[in-house]
Design a protein around this ligand. Sequence first.
Ligand code: 5IU
Length: 461
Amino acid sequence: MDKLQVTKELFRIGAIKFGSFQLKSGITSPIYCDLRVLFSYPQLLASVSELMWQCVGDITGEFSHVCGVPYTALPIATCVSVKHDIPMLLRRKEAKSYGTKRMVEGVYDSGSRCVVLEDVVTSGSSVLETVSSLQDVGVAVKHVVAIVDREQGAELTLTNAGLMLHSVLKLSEMVDMLEAEQLITTDTTQMVKQFLSTSQVPSKPQSVQFESYLTRCDLATHPIAKKLFHLMHHKQTNLALSADLVDSRAILELADQVGPHICVLKLHSDIIKDFSIVFTQQLKQLAEKHNFLLMEDRKFADIGNTCKLQLEGGTHRIAEWADMVTAHALPGRSILDVMTNTGVVLVGEMSSEGNLTTLEYAQATAEMAEQHPNKVVGVVSQRKLLKNTGQLHFTPGVRLSGVSSDGKGQQYRTPDHVIGSCGSDIIIVGRGIYEATDPVKAAIQYHTEGYKVYLHRINAS
Ligand code: 5IU
């Protein structure tokens, strides 16, 4: 079946009707489009599913899975899955009761790439719910295929979210075909087109997530966030190096070599066997020479008084040299009160397998971050959590394709997935660089790839 035959069939079975229909929003529409009736026509269902698959015919190699937006697209996804031998994922519609139900059923891993199928797209919001559930479990989504695009804003919303919408049919095109076949009148066609152009569903203000680093520099409150956005723009990099080496000399050498490619150097000072204040001074000199910031990944998590002692004293005297420190939001806002001159990066989500950072916890962390923009530079997360674009998302667990785990619980995703699909700002890379045969070459690769995806994201908006 071709597009014309499908359109005529959809009209014949009443999946598309013309008249006067009251929508959920209260608006009266001259067209009604509900494809649920499709299940009663197996041949048509199979034909439509095939046309959907053909929409992404030349890029099917990019997908390992297919998933339908519940409920109408579930049988469609099943048809595609069976016909093309591509595993299906099932996204639950009901709310997750933590620890008992998975939101996404099926077999997948952090390297899985899924194409999402939907029957009719209007605003694109149902698609985004399914995409976000898939991304939450580490499945990458870039392409969405719909049978009918009502042309009421979905394309823009999905593009803003880093997705590409492919549709078998656009509603205006269907109306034109039906008119040409004399199945509807010219008046009806005009009425529908007029309705479509005046009833655009506004795109969610997600477009703000695509502001450039330079624009966001002006929106930042925290001086460290401002400085970071500024240097990311000027050095054209969103790469943070996690220099998890145990020898101070090796760290200094690596920092000097990859310094031109990074915006942040992240340390775990307590793993360095010969840590000294002289070392931190040398590191600071390199930070100035190459223009990057220093982050101590201390993950403070105690009561305010103890955190203050840990930040300022001990052998590490972190407050003297670190521009930023990581901290858990778990103890509450008192942890922020004691962090005076050092920028705080709150840990909203972790990358490790089976971690307990639920979406609710991550969102509460983001809320705390946003309530204290003069203390908090950003959050560590696996995706965009903040609405305040003057703060940043830092994402660890990043590796160029090929490695999805370290066998010790770390879960890796690609720069493209992290920056492009999940809306993060900075990729944190450790072993992908310092364990590479040529760390400088590897840093250049991460630098180039991370910034390329960022540019694509802002240009796509
Ligand atoms: N790190 C994570 N995941 C997290 C958080 C921090 O990997 O959720 I919070 C740290 C641990 C390590 C670095 O220092 O980021 C990642 O190193 P590799 O790229 O070598 O896995």
